[in-house]
Design a protein around this ligand. Structure first.
Ligand SMILES: [Fe+2]
Length: 217
């Protein structure tokens, strides 16, 4: 059984690629390393700390991307069968990753629950470029047979259990950059304010509470 579920969405209705191309000022996202190549290998903590990440996060807070993301969560994700009759919270600002050739996107294999995430969170991964082989995210222990490549084309979004299962990436040998967002959905029935106040995010030190890390639809 696969460790992830793929959903197809209408990329003309939710034009992530075009929007992000405009935001980043490039005409081919998977060749963004030709415009700006990371000077060194990324590391954990430092891995979210480059000019391209800053640019994305700055642009992301503007209306165009905020509206698209919220529209996608409200009118695609929350309509999925798995959330039928379920009140959900969504990650206010999605996490942005860039996986450039001969580099990594996230520094080490991990479970999100290692970093203060609640085990009931559900992860969604949405690449703006096709993701396959060594530019994708892999799920499962890399030293075992239990290791699966999350192959996702643009126009698809994957759901996986990132809170509880190991995931990570490899040296990207595909020659193409992968750009993606990932975000988490939290069924409201598991939300406990006191519990959530105890933890915060690793890099931004945001509390995992409604109004900070989480938003209501
Ligand atoms: Fe993760």
């Amino acid at each position: 059984m696969s460790k992830y579920t793929l959903y197809d969405y209408d990329s003309s209705k939710f034009p992530f690629k075009e929007t992000v191309q405009n935001m980043m000022d490039v005409d081919q996202l998977d060749m963004i390393h030709e415009v700006f190549e990371f000077p060194e290998k990324l590391e954990i903590i430092k891995d979210q700390n480059t000019i391209l990440h800053d640019k994305f996060y700055e642009e992301m807070k503007k209306a165009e991307f905020t509206a698209l993301y919220k529209d996608f969560v409200s009118n695609f994700i929350s309509d999925l069968e798995i959330f039928k009759n379920e009140k959900i919270l969504y990650q206010t600002y999605p996490s942005f990753r860039i996986h450039q050739p001969n580099n990594i996107a996230v520094g080490q294999y991990h479970k999100d629950s290692d970093f203060g995430h609640n085990t009931h969170e559900m992860n969604f991964w949405l690449p703006f470029t096709n993701a396959w082989d060594t530019n994708a995210v892999w799920i499962g222990d890399p030293d075992s047979d239990d290791h699966e490549c999350m192959e996702v084309d643009y126009g698809q979004v994957a759901n996986f259990d990132g809170a509880n299962s190991l995931h990570g990436n490899k040296d990207n040998l595909t020659g193409k950059s992968r750009l993606s967002i990932d975000f988490r959905i939290f069924p409201l029935k598991f939300y406990n304010q006191q519990e959530q106040e105890q933890t915060e995010t690793l890099t931004q030190k945001k509390k995992f509470v409604i109004g900070e890390y989480w938003s209501e639809l």
